[in-house]
Design a protein around this ligand. Structure first.
Ligand code: SF4
Length: 430
């Protein structure tokens, strides 16, 4: 991997890469929804709310910043209809939801009234009353005290607050819609409401970042005492405003090198550890009993039905994605169809690799788990690769486990393609 931050995807969120998924595999996706699931496989629901107040310059998600109230309502109608359709399919029958995730976009873009009404309508077809975790992503500037109360009332157990940075000039430069004072105001309401878990997100390496500011940023984050903190290293995938300016206009790359971003992330990891947190993945530190069920279940092969525009699902080993424009999404559901766009039925070997690369992000992988579930000895299959990474001090092989060193963990996404099948190694991940 080059040490300069170049335009291109780096983060690995799934396997095989999305660029291999095809419309011709949709019959496999439909077949997977018709299967009665193994009761031992956890089930989750993802709901995508694609609206934001403003487009961040580093964002590559499908988001809309210009939709009026009527269009937002039409989208929510379609979302309710999509979940109604799923609730009648075998994949959801007699199966409780273990986790629910409202992501985006900005789910907190919705008003308190829209949230309550959405929850009421969804309750007619599904229930998350017994889910162990219901996560809701929030943008600080969209919250009011009443909305935070509404989140508690609809059953949210884990709030994830997109802080990203505490410096107003850096927030503004990167196109964030919120200001630092809104972070503090929102955080106080969230704490007062008594959510079982509060996570804050930070980004190491936003445009304009410096060592002095980052140190201060980490101190301020620790002072807030969240239950967990997520720290991403800034990348420049295709389709961000920054990447387009670099590729089309030849603008200079103003994002720090990977070595600097790793040093910033490493500093944050140490500071949070000194404050009593423990590392729970390449991006997350937690304190006390905090867990992240959505992540752990997904990385251990849970089924997840993804609803909303451009959402990703995984059911019985088949991956699929919804159409990626709001118009096509709303139109498909208006005619009673699931809005499916492309799919990939993963082979048993690909399912094994998927879990292996995702679990490597946890920092430690249990070889016995892979023997039990996939009848594969990962220490033997990946012996030569592990030996090479061991020589580079990126991982260690222990009795029946692979354990990443801190340096390995901080660059884990750049190592993962080496575990892929050959034809997927140099693929675009989007
Ligand atoms: S708030 Fe999140 S989803 Fe919305 S534009 Fe910014 S990064 Fe993208």
């Amino acid at each position: 991997m080059p040490e300069e931050t170049e335009v291109g995807s780096y983060f690995v969120s799934n396997y095989p890469p999305f660029s291999f998924w095809r419309p011709e595999h949709l019959p496999a996706a439909r077949a997977s929804m018709g299967l009665r699931a193994d009761p031992a496989t956890a089930l989750g629901l993802y709901l995508h709310i694609p609206f934001c107040r403003k487009r961040c310059k580093f964002c590559y998600f499908r988001v809309y910043t210009d939709k009026n109230a009527g269009e937002v309502e039409a989208y929510l109608d379609a979302l309710v209809r999509e979940i109604e359709i799923y609730s009648r399919l075998p994949v959801l029958q007699d199966r409780g939801l273990r986790f629910v995730y409202f992501g985006g976009g900005t789910p907190s873009f919705l008003s308190s009234q829209q949230l309550r009404r959405l929850a009421d309508r969804l309750r007619r077809s599904i229930s998350w009353e017994h889910a162990e975790e219901v996560t809701f992503e929030c943008e600080p500037g969209t919250l009011q005290e009443g909305k935070v109360q509404a989140l508690r009332e609809i059953g949210v157990t884990r709030v994830s607050l997109g802080v990203e940075n505490f410096d107003d000039a850096i927030l503004a430069e990167n196109g964030r819609a919120h200001l630092s004072r809104e972070i503090y105001r929102a955080y106080a309401w969230i704490r007062d409401a008594g959510f079982p878990q509060v996570n804050i997100d930070l980004i190491a390496g936003m445009v304009g970042e410096t060592w002095d500011n980052w140190r201060e940023c980490v101190c301020k984050a620790i002072d807030l005492a969240p239950d967990s903190v997520t720290i991403y290293q800034m990348e420049l995938p295709f389709n961000t405003l920054y990447s387009r300016a670099i590729l089309k206009e030849g603008a200079p790359v103003a994002v720090a090198s990977w070595a600097t971003k790793r040093a910033w992330a490493e500093h944050a990891f140490r500071a949070f550890e000194d404050a009593g947190y423990r590392v729970s993945s390449a991006y997350t530190l937690v304190r006390g009993p905090a867990q992240f069920i959505y992540r752990d279940a997904l990385w251990h092969g849970a089924d997840m039905v993804g609803t909303g525009v451009a959402s990703f699902s995984q059911v019985a080993g088949t991956h699929y994605q919804n159409v990626d424009t709001m118009e096509r999404y709303v139109e498909a559901l208006a005619s009673g169809e699931l809005p499916l766009a492309r799919a990939w039925p993963a082979t048993p070997n690909q399912q094994m690799i998927r879990e292996l690369v995702l679990q490597l992000k946890l920092g430690v992988v249990d070889a016995a788990y892979f023997r039990r579930k996939f009848n594969r000895d990962i220490l033997e299959t990946y012996g030569p690769l592990c030996r090479r990474f061991e020589q580079e001090q990126l991982l260690e092989r222990r009795v029946d486990e692979i354990r990443l060193t801190r340096q390995g963990l901080l660059r884990v996404d750049s190592l993962l393609p080496e575990f892929f099948e050959t034809e997927h190694r140099h693929a675009r991940t989007s």
